[in-house]
Design a protein around this ligand. Sequence first.
Ligand SMILES: Nc1ncnc2c1ncn2[C@@H]1O[C@H](COP(=O)(O)OP(=O)(O)OP(=O)(O)O)[C@@H](O)[C@H]1O
Length: 258
Amino acid sequence: MAKRIDVENVNIYYSKFHAVQDVTLTIEPRSCTAFIGSSGCGKSTVLRTLNRMHEVIPGGRVEGKVLLDGQDLYAPGVDPVGVRRSVGMVFQRPNPFPTMTIRDNVAAGLRLNGIKDKKRVDEVVEKSLRGANLWNEVKDRLDKPGAGLSGGQQQRLCIARAIAVEPQVLLMDEPCSALDPISTLAIEDLITELKPKYTIVIVTHNMQQAARVADRTAFFNLEAQGKPGRLIEIDDTTRIFNNPKERATEDYISGRFG
Ligand SMILES: Nc1ncnc2c1ncn2[C@@H]1O[C@H](COP(=O)(O)OP(=O)(O)OP(=O)(O)O)[C@@H](O)[C@H]1O
């Protein structure tokens, strides 16, 4: 189910602004890769090119290739909606559909995919909520609004919603930044549990978090304000944190910069 992602010579623009320059990297399946780096260096922008969300932004443009198990997501004729189905995304702020029940939040994507049979929908809802470690907390209130859950529960609901459609890749853009430490640990545990089945990419400002959950870490940097962000290096997380190849990475990791 999990797929390998190869990013090849990707340049990313917001209208005329060249936001990210010439990124080439590989993201391995059945593992978690963290994107770290100082504010504005393009981590979220790169993340959004992995499921063609960048082009939803007016003026958003991508050059280069993003291959999912060898298939270019940007090749002519590829349907971006299909791409977003196989490459799911969880955002910084939990964003359940506020008026929908917990059950309907998880089932939303299934219905869009044409799965309407109630028994089947209920099975997938339970499996997804169990997968997101939320089932025991919500099984007696599936018909209550998703907005009534705590922030941490809402974020796990969003993860359940994302995994319900069985994506091959899960992108997470600072998924814990709005959460308290206990909820953050719950999400980190969940990432560790999901890793064997998915390709996970997480943007995080929290270096301890990257060290805890990520097998590989990519460090991005800005040469100067107004210049495009660049990938400095990607390597095993232990290597990035203990023995990086590049001076800029070491400066960032040791807090001398950023
Ligand atoms: N919608 C947008 N329109 C125009 N420029 C944008 C837009 N979103 C981001 N940018 C610019 O692109 C660059 C990269 O932004 P991005 O949000 O990807 O960085 P980041 O590393 O994720 O930052 P942070 O850690 O602060 O979230 C920045 O210069 C930012 O101002």
